[in-house]
Design a protein around this ligand. Structure first.
Ligand code: CMX
Length: 437
C-alpha cells in the first residue's frame, strides 16, 4: 500500500530529530505558567507538539506549512471540480508532502475499498430515540465500530512499540473511509426517509457525502470537499484534538479516541457553535422578516449579549484576526450565492458584531471564526437541519486528529499526565511571589 510505504519512509528522519532534541535539550525551558493560566483553561500554555498544522494568532492555520489559499491551489483536483480531493489533503497531513494525482487517488481508493459500514452500526443508530442529537448518534456509531480495531487486536497479540503506528494507520483508514456514509445515514435517519444511500463507485470521498445527503450538484460536491478540508485540523490544543490525543495517549484505539474527541466537539463553545450560528441567523431573519438594518442588528446583538449569551461564530482562544477558514467559505458564498438572504445577514453580522464586541470590551478577539459562516452555505445548498452541522465538522476533524494519533504512536508519545495543584498551594506560590526578594 503506497501510504504505508510513504509513511515508513518519513519515519526515520522524524524519529532521529525527536530523539536528538530530547537527548540534547530535554531540560531547556519552553514556557512558564502563570496562576491566571492554571485557572484560565491553560490558555496559551505551550505544552503540546504537532507538525501537522500550526495556528498563528495573526495569520491563522497552516497545514504542513501551507495556507488555505495555497492548499486549494496545489492539491490535486477531480475533473468535475474546482476543490481538491480530500484524499490529497489526508495524504499531506499524514506524510507532510504535497501528493501527486496518483498519491491522492491512492487514498481515495483505499477509502473506497474500506467504506462498507457493518450492518450493526445501522441497527445501533436505528435503536436510538428519534429526538437524539446527531452528534450523540455520530459518536455512538464510531464507538460501536471499536470491536473492529486492528490496533487493539495486535496489541493483545503482542507487538513492539516501533510497530504501533502501522495498525493505527490501518484503523484510521478503515474508520475515516466510513465517515461520509455514517454521517449521511444519520442525516437520512433523522430528517429524510431513513434509508441508507450506498456511496457511488465513481465519486470521491467528499463528493460522495454530497451525493448521499441528496445534493450531487457540482457546486455542492465542491463545497463538501472544501468543508472537510477546512475543518480537518487546527493544531493540537483545541478541545476535540486534545481530547482525542489524551484518550489515545493511553493506547486506546482510534475508535475510542475519536469518539472522545467528538464528545468535546459537541459543546457550544466549540463545534456546536456552527449550529448555534445558523440558529441565530435564522432568528434574526424571523425577527425582522428579512435582512435587518445595521442599527437593528446592532441592538439585537446587544440584547443577546445583555441576556448573558455569547455571539456564536465570533471570538477564538488563539486567533486574533478573522479566521482564514471563515474567509475561504465567505469567498465561496460571495461567488456562488451572493443574493442568498441568510448570507446577506451573515455579511451584515460580520460588519456589525466585531464592533459591538469591541465596545463590550470582553472578547480578546472580536473577529469571526470558522463557525460564523459554515451553516449559511449548508443551508443554501439544502442541508437546512442545523443540528446536523457539528457532525459534518466531526467528519472533517477526524482527518486531522487521526493523522496526529498515528504520528503520536510513531514517535512514541507517552501517556499524557499533567500535574494539578490545590488552591492552597497556588495561594502559597502567590504569597512567596509577592514577598520582596
Ligand atoms: N460573544 C460574547 N462574549 C464573548 C465572545 C463572543 N463571541 N467571545 C468571547 N467572549 C467573552 C468570553 O465569554 C469571556 O467572558 P468572561 O470573561 O465573562 O468569561 C471573555 O469574552 C474573554 O474571552 P476570550 O479570552 O476572548 O475567549 P476564550 O478563549 O475564553 O473563548 C471562545 C474562546 C471561542 C470559546 C469564545 O470566543 C466564544 O465563546 N465564542 C462564541 C462561541 C464560538 O464561536 N465557538 C467556536 C470557536 C471555534 C471552534 O472551536 O469551533
Amino acid at each position: 500500500m503506497g501510504i504505508v510505504t510513504d509513511f515508513a519512509a518519513e519515519l526515520p528522519n522524524w524519529r532521529e530529530r525527536v530523539s536528538k532534541l530530547l537527548q540534547e535539550s530535554s531540560t531547556v525551558k519552553v514556557d512558564e505558567v502563570t496562576i491566571g493560566q492554571v485557572y484560565g483553561g491553560m490558555r496559551g500554555v505551550k505544552g503540546l507538539v504537532t507538525d501537522i498544522s500550526y495556528v498563528d494568532p495573526g495569520e491563522g492555520i497552516r497545514f504542513r506549512g501551507y495556507t488555505i489559499p495555497e492548499l486549494l491551489e496545489i492539491l490535486p483536483k477531480p475533473d468535475d471540480g474546482k476543490m481538491p480531493f480530500v484524499g490529497g489533503l489526508y495524504y499531506l497531513l499524514l506524510i507532510g508532502k504535497v501528493p501527486s494525482d496518483v498519491q491522492a487517488l491512492d487514498i481515495e481508493n483505499e477509502w473506497k475499498n474500506r467504506s462498507e459500514v457493518p450492518s450493526f452500526v445501522f441497527d445501533v443508530l436505528k435503536s436510538m430515540p428519534r429526538d437524539a442529537h446527531p452528534m450523540m448518534l455520530f459518536s455512538t456509531a464510531i464507538l460501536s465500530l471499536q470491536n473492529e480495531s486492528v490496533f487493539t487486536r495486535r496489541y493483545q497479540e503482542g507487538m513492539t512499540r516501533e510497530q504501533y503506528w502501522e495498525p493505527m494507520l490501518e484503523d484510521s483508514l478503515n474508520l475515516t473511509a466510513k465517515l461520509p456514509s455514517i454521517a449521511a445515514f444519520i442525516y437520512s435517519l433523522k430528517y429524510k426517509s431513513g434509508e441508507y444511500v450506498q456511496p457511488r463507485e465513481d465519486l470521491d470521498w467528499g463528493a460522495n457525502f454530497a451525493y448521499m445527503v441528496g445534493n450531487p450538484s457540482d457546486e455542492y460536491k465542491d463545497l463538501a470537499r472544501l468543508y472537510f478540508i477546512l475543518h480537518s485540523d487546527h493544531e493540537s490544543g483545541n478541545a476535540s484534538a486534545h481530547a482525542t490525543h489524551l484518550a489515545a495517549s493511553t493506547l486506546s484505539d482510534i475508535y475510542y479516541a475519536l469518539s472522545a474527541g467528538l464528545n468535546s466537539l459537541a459543546g457550544p463553545l466549540h463545534g456546536l457553535a456552527n449550529q448555534e450560528t445558523l440558529r441565530w441567523l435564522l432568528g434574526i431573519y424571523q425577527e425582522f422578516k428579512g435582512v435587518p438594518t445595521k442599527e437593528q442588528l446592532r441592538q439585537f446583538t446587544w440584547e443577546r449579549l445583555n441576556s448573558g449569551q455569547v455571539i456564536p461564530g465570533y471570538g477564538h482562544a488563539v486567533l486574533r484576526k478573522p479566521d482564514p477558514r471563515f474567509t475561504a467559505q465567505f469567498e465561496y458564498a460571495q461567488e456562488h450565492m451572493p443574493d442568498d438572504e441568510i448570507f446577506q445577514i451573515a455579511k451584515l453580522v460580520f460588519e456589525v458584531v466585531p464592533q459591538v464586541l469591541i465596545e463590550q470590551g470582553k472578547a480578546k478577539n472580536p473577529a469571526p471564526n470558522v463557525d460564523a459562516i459554515s451553516g449559511t452555505l449548508q443551508h443554501h445548498y439544502g442541508v437546512k437541519e442545523f443540528d446536523f452541522y457539528t457532525v459534518m465538522f466531526g467528519v472533517g476533524r477526524a482527518l486531522g486528529v487521526s493523522a496526529n494519533a498515528i504520528w503520536s504512536r510513531a514517535l512514541g508519545q507517552p501517556l499524557e499526565r499533567p500535574k494539578s495543584l490545590t488552591t492552597a498551594m497556588l495561594e502559597e506560590i502567590a504569597k512567596k511571589a509577592q514577598q520582596p526578594a
